[in-house]
Write a protein that binds this ligand. Structure first.
Ligand code: SF4
Length: 202
């Protein structure tokens, strides 16, 4: 399968569980979940902007910006970008419960916002020094410095994803069984588990 540009959301899914991305590309697309719709429809923009200003984030706030990166071959729509001259910060609003979970089970959100940041640099011709995740409800925001290692990690993930699509070889699934409990594809995966040719990651 050939994409014109890879949706950043697919890279995010790949980071969460490579098998979900595989199923989305080769089998069936999952309908939007309640949390996906909740997160986008219930955003209180003035609250998010107040949180950013309260943390000293200055600049022009631009919402729902389409971005793409030719280098990474990705595209998407970022929740918001704060532009200050030739510098910018990239922000995603998420339903997250804790900072700790964001660096563990939900680190795919970090992958998404950093991938957007790289695409923002190419699209808006700015330097992005920071990616920020703002919780939809309670809790403080999480600020991520765009260091070379984290940028390289995103490049590696995208290349891995492209290789999966090119080869059509089924990747291993997550070993985190908690993720499987709420997964749209769990029935397909449990069939794979009972199939000696299957390669479920658990
Ligand atoms: S059931 Fe688990 S391993 Fe299978 S696609 Fe879902 S999250 Fe991944």
């Amino acid at each position: 399968m050939q994409y014109y540009r890879i949706p950043v959301t697919l890279i995010k899914e790949y980071a969460y569980c490579p098998l979900i991305a595989y199923y989305k590309v080769f089998l069936i697309v999952e309908p939007p979940t309640e949390s996906m719709m909740y997160a986008k429809e219930k955003i209180d923009r003035s609250l998010v902007e107040a949180k950013l200003r309260g943390e000293g984030v200055d600049g022009e706030i631009l919402w729902s910006i389409p971005v793409e990166s030719r280098r990474l071959n990705i595209r998407g729509i970022v929740d918001l970008v704060v532009v200050n001259g030739f510098r910018a910060k990239v922000v995603e609003v998420k339903l997250i419960t804790s900072r700790r979970s964001l660096w563990k089970r939900y680190r795919h959100h970090i992958v998404q916002v950093v991938a957007y940041a790289i695409a923002v640099e190419e699209t808006l011709k700015v330097v992005v020094d920071e990616a920020i995740i703002v919780p939809l409800e309670r809790g403080g925001m999480v600020r991520i410095k765009l260091t070379p290692p984290i940028r390289n990690y995103i490049f590696m993930l995208v290349r891995e994803f492209e290789e999966m699509v090119r080869s059509a070889v089924k990747p291993r699934g997550t070993i985190d069984k908690v993720k499987c409990k709420t997964c749209f594809y769990k029935k397909i995966c449990s069939l794979a588990l009972n199939n000696p040719m299957g390669n479920h990651g658990s």
